[in-house]
Write a protein that binds this ligand. Structure first.
Ligand code: ADP
Length: 434
């Protein structure tokens, strides 16, 4: 307000003094015009100084000025200094983020909303073969062309990471994780998991080899035990009892080895090696007969076919998974219980359900049931001849068929094990045989 008064005072003074001077010469109008002209010239000069200063380096000191112009220059200068400080602080932060990303052994690649490369750290150059100059602005799928990655990128469902071979070195395994952020931009994080992958492979090979090596001695032992059992009447009763127990235990070990081998094969083999049409009704009828024979008349078992769709998959694997579920229903439900093997349509495609009204399972156990050797009641499971690997096998078979296992159960209310197959695994019209 004070500055404005000063400015008004300056204008009035100039206009007044020059009008008076004009009056002395008999032309006050000319005097007033001259006063306004001088005032305008003064402002034009300051405006010119401001323009020159802004056009020059922003860091230079502002021109000397008094009154309102001095205040404008000071305010602009302070604003510029504050902005320069903020910019420097942001530059330092960005540099620190860049430095820490550079120090990371994992690759970090920033992609814009189209999927074009914006920025990446040096680990990405050695892992993915990105080159600083040529590749900026290129689409990521031009550089990582693996169809698995292209599908992963387009799917936009990045909850799970993707494992693939490095595009520049087949022997290196990479784990890629995409994340959506900001305005539909994506961040690609890549980790070298070659060592982990090798260890995992060694573990699988070890389990497969041990199980395989155990098979022969077990077969020999079982053979001898069977021969002795044929002459059990010649043995003292105590020895005969131990022989029975030895036979039970070797059979258990054989089942365990068979299940371990089956699991190893499911893990090692390429998925979808077999992709045959499988018609469920005849398969379920076969499993019904095996289930009835295991039950020995203690349960009422039936098949319900409510869908005419067929499956695409491996008949042996599917039969093994469904049998595991059906045999569990026999083992964990008491005499007189009902067991249903049901094939029906489902919003996601089709579902195979194994339902029983037996002892059921407490929901707290359900999330862990498919872990290897997880048992609700260890004593009960061993007594029923379970290996603890049945549901792990079911889970692996379903994974290889793009299906999922849903379990719903309550204690004393029975259990439903539902295998949900997606539409892409189904053939609409039935009439095919396994
Ligand atoms: P196991 O060889 O012990 O049966 P599984 O992996 O097949 O191993 O099953 C894991 C556990 O799940 C079993 O120990 C049992 O407690 C429970 N379970 C499986 N099926 C049923 C069922 N139909 N009813 C009740 N409990 C079940």
């Amino acid at each position: 307000m004070q500055l404005w008064s000063l400015e008004l005072w300056r204008l009035s003074w100039l206009a007044g003094v020059l009008s008076l001077a004009g009056l002395v010469f008999g032309a006050p109008g000319v005097g007033l015009a001259a006063g306004l002209g001088v005032y305008l010239a003064f402002h034009l000069r300051q405006l010119h100084a401001l323009h020159r200063w802004l056009a020059q380096s922003r860091q230079s000191e502002p021109p000397e000025a008094s009154g309102i112009w001095g205040d404008i220059f000071d305010r602009l200068h302070n604003h510029q200094k504050a902005q320069a400080k903020t910019q420097q602080r942001l530059r330092n932060t960005i540099q620190r983020i860049k430095d820490s990303s550079e120090a990371m052994s994992d690759s970090v690649v920033m992609l814009d909303r189209r999927g074009d490369l914006e920025w990446w750290n040096s680990a990405a150059e050695s892992m993915l073969g990105l080159r600083t100059r040529q590749d900026r602005g290129q689409h990521i799928t031009n550089l990582i062309r693996d169809p698995l990655f292209v599908e992963y990128f387009d799917k936009r469902d990045y909850r799970e990471p993707l494992t693939l071979n490095s595009p520049i070195n087949d022997r290196r395994m990479l784990q890629c994780q995409l994340t959506l952020y900001g305005d539909d931009e994506r961040l690609l994080m890549v980790r070298d998991i070659t060592r982990l992958h090798r260890l995992e492979q060694m573990r699988r090979d070890f389990v497969a080899n041990v199980s395989h090596e155990l098979r022969t001695p077990l077969t020999v032992l079982n053979g001898y035990l069977e021969t002795y059992a044929d002459h059990v009447e010649l043995m003292p009763p105590r020895l005969a009892r131990s022989l029975g127990q030895m036979q039970d235990q070797t059979t258990r070990m054989q089942n365990l080895v068979d299940d371990l081998l089956m699991l190893s094969r499911l893990e090692i083999d390429q998925p979808s090696a077999h992709n045959e049409p499988v018609s469920l009704p005849p398969m379920l009828d076969d499993i019904l007969r095996d289930t009835e024979s295991l039950s020995a008349g203690r349960h009422q078992v039936r098949v319900e076919i409510e869908s005419s769709q067929s499956l695409r998959g491996d008949p042996k694997e599917l039969r093994s998974a469904i049998s595991n579920l059906a045999f569990n229903a026999v083992r964990y439900s008491g005499e007189g219980c009902h067991i249903v093997l049901r094939w029906r349509d489902h919003p996601a495609g089709a579902a195979l359900e194994i339902e029983d009204d037996g002892e059921g399972i407490d929901p707290v156990h359900i999330p862990r049931l498919t872990e290897r050797f997880y048992r609700v009641d260890k004593g009960r499971s061993t007594a029923t001849g379970g290996t603890g690997l049945g549901l792990a096998i079911v889970k692996h078979v379903l994974l290889r068929h793009d299906a999922r296992l849903e379990i719903s159960s309550y204690p004393e209310k029975g259990a439903v094990f539902r295998c949900v197959f997606p539409s892409k695994r189904l053939i609409k019209d039935d009439g095919l045989s396994t």
